[in-house]
Design a protein around this ligand. Structure first.
Ligand SMILES: [Zn+2]
Length: 169
């Protein structure tokens, strides 16, 4: 279990303030140019902090594991869901998976991508499908009484999908 460091949330206040500062200044003025520069540097800082975290985590995961299985998420599709958009773009999932990809080659590990269908809804123990599962449900119980942590259950399904799958991405 790894906490998603919500860099954008941490910097959100500063970004908003810097953005306001730009829009308050007269167009074409040197003050506006300065404010825009400050905003750009802040964006870069957020991006670098995120990248640094992803590098450390991907190296650690690759070193510890012979094979890593990820969901092939359809980012474009998910970005349409407003609630998810922020946390996904914040997490930079795509860039992170790319890091896992080339580092797995460096270290001779295997990166497997599996289809994401129903990985959250299916009970990984018995296969019962919870079609009423909401994003806010962190824990749920299947009809056969298995108590499930949303993320651990999805991770178990993702792992099991990769068992026997020979094509590595
Ligand atoms: Zn079950």
């Amino acid at each position: 279990m790894v906490d998603n460091p919500r860099h954008l949330y941490k910097y959100q206040h500063q970004l908003r303030k810097a953005q306001r500062s730009v829009s308050r200044k007269k167009k074409g003025s040197s003050n506006r140019r300065k404010a825009a520069g400050k905003l750009a540097r802040l964006h870069l800082k957020v991006s670098n902090t995120r990248k640094d975290f992803h590098h450390k985590l991907s190296t650690q995961l690759i070193r510890e594991s012979q094979a890593i299985v990820v969901e092939q998420l359809q980012i474009q599709h998910m970005l349409k869901n407003h609630k998810l958009a922020k946390s996904i773009s914040d997490a930079g999932w795509h860039g992170f998976v790319q890091m896992l990809g080339y580092k797995s080659k460096w270290y001779g590990r295997e990166l497997v991508k599996v289809a994401p269908h129903h990985t959250s809804q299916d009970c990984w123990v018995c296969g019962w499908r919870n079609t009423d599962l909401k994003l806010s449900d962190r824990y749920w119980t299947c009809s056969n009484g298995h108590v499930l942590d949303r993320d651990v259950n999805a991770a178990s399904n993702i792992r099991n999908k990769a068992v026997g799958q020979t094509v590595s991405a």
